[in-house]
Design a protein around this ligand. Structure first.
Ligand code: UDX
Length: 431
């Protein structure tokens, strides 16, 4: 098929490259000329395993990039994969997405025959239906046959495994207003995945599709918050929360995924989507108590980590190592990372913070320029009085003699990654 994808950020680039790999001809559309030039040169600004090789393999053949929204009219369907950042009150800012939708609507107004617009961006049901669909329909009113379909097809890509998640999804969600042509076109688009991997397709309404994305992320975030809550109780009782989690995870109704308790969740999705769900629900007169509790617990977890450190050291004037800054291992992304409240809490206590992360130090330095950044965990630990582990980088598991270079070492582990116990004061957050 001939597909256009508006937005060449994280989701849009992954989608474009993967659709090209499925055999489709893809036009990536972005307002940023540098992004477009780089894509056409076979390069990407996004670091994601497997993405570079796909982009370089298909650039100039099945994948081309442009700044011209008008080119959408020459394709069979257009994905909207533009970001929906959070406003200060937690609600989503859909202005850039709406502008893109209008551009596409105007482009397809000139087209003869049916055109399908597929919303990939994460939007709440009312924004999708009342603002986005209306904008597309209004802008494209002049279509020869008045023929425009709008579908919602949310993504569930994780950072670090986005290409694999696209190629082997748990399910494909397609939301329409009952438009059979939209369903047929998307079924044809995803056919290689559906037939090769036997992927279930969920056919539902557009509002439901939009809500499935929020419910999915909120459920996972709340699951981690719940095991963190239980983990805090475990710690108070002297119980190992990981042993408890391993056992409850064997109950197929619970499942063992997302049961690693610790200092909490971050990233580009969980914090934004849970906040947007609360703000959206409140705007229609409902207070989602569980979702709010999941957020509150996540906000409190870094302070619990520091309180464990306080039990052993008064860090005022002391050097404290922060191991791990990324919101999860395998990325340089510090959005929503628990390292921020941890560093803030340490600075408030008067500690001298020395941080280390194998990939995310540069990004963190933009927000905390006055913190010292070490180029190895060993260098961060040397001479430190305390250490806190915030990200589960595998290399922290092997730290051993490095702790001996600390002054009377106290290690508080927020991710259960450090293996050494002997000869140091070791505290696990929930074990
Ligand atoms: C998430 C969703 O998984 C994905 O489907 C959606 O499209 C985007 O948001 P991502 O943000 O890449 O993906 O990270 P994920 O691997 O889900 O982890 C999110 C956060 O939860 C991380 O901070 C991680 O450290 C934390 N987490 C996860 C835990 O603390 N414990 C767990 O058991 C699992």
């Amino acid at each position: 098929m001939n597909v256009s994808v508006v937005g060449s950020g994280y989701v849009g680039t992954t989608l474009s490259a993967c659709l090209a790999d499925l055999g489709h001809d893809v036009t990536a559309i972005d307002v940023d000329e540098e992004t477009v030039d780089r894509l056409n040169a076979g390069e990407t600004t996004i670091h994601e395993p497997g993405l570079d090789s796909l982009v370089s393999a298909y650039a100039g053949s099945r994948l081309r990039a442009t700044t011209a929204h008008a080119d959408a009219a020459e394709t069979d369907l257009t994905f909207l994969a533009v970001g929906t950042p959070a406003k200060p009150d937690g609600s989503i800012d859909a202005s850039v997405l709406l502008a893109a939708a209008e551009d596409v609507g105007e482009a397809i107004a000139e087209k003869e025959g049916y055109h399908l617009v597929v919303v990939k961006s994460t939007v709440l049901p009312d924004v999708l239906e009342d603002e986005l669909v209306s904008a597309i329909e209004a802008a494209s009113e002049g279509t020869e046959s008045g023929d425009v379909g709008v579908a919602a097809n949310p993504e569930f890509l994780r950072e670090g495994s986005a290409v694999r998640d696209f190629m082997e999804p748990d399910r494909i969600v397609i939301g329409t207003d009952g438009d059979e042509r939209a369903l047929d076109r998307l079924a044809e688009l995803y056919q290689p995945l559906i037939s090769d991997w036997d992927i279930p397709v969920v056919e539902t309404g557009r509002r439901e599709a939009a809500m499935i994305k929020y419910a999915n992320n909120t459920f996972l975030a709340a699951k981690v918050s719940l095991i963190n809550d239980i983990g805090n109780v475990c710690k108070a009782f002297g119980v190992d929360a990981y042993e408890v989690a391993d056992a409850i995870g064997l109950d197929s109704r619970i499942s063992g995924e997302f049961l690693r308790s610790g200092v909490g969740w971050g990233g580009s999705c969980f914090p934004k989507d849970t906040a947007a769900l609360v703000a959206g629900a409140e705007s229609v007169g409902y207070e989602p108590a569980m979702v709010q509790a999941a957020i509150d617990l996540n906000d409190r977890q870094p302070e619990r980590l520091l309180e464990l450190l306080d039990r052993h050291v008064d860090v005022d004037g002391e050097r404290v190592a922060v191991l791990g800054l990324a919101f999860k291992p395998g990325t340089d992304d510090v959005r929503g990372t628990r390292a921020k409240p941890v560093i803030e809490g340490l600075l408030e206590r008067g500690a001298e913070v020395i941080a280390y992360d194998p990939r995310a130090a540069e990004a963190m330095a933009e927000e905390f320029p006055d913190v010292e950044y070490a180029d190895s965990a060993a260098a961060a630990l040397e001479g430190s009085r305390g250490a806190v582990v915030v990200t589960a980088w595998p290399e922290f598991a092997g730290l051993d003699a490095e702790f001996d270079a600390m002054a009377d070492p106290v290690v508080v582990d927020g991710r259960r990654v450090v293996e050494r116990r002997e000869g140091i004061t070791y505290e696990g957050l929930t074990w």
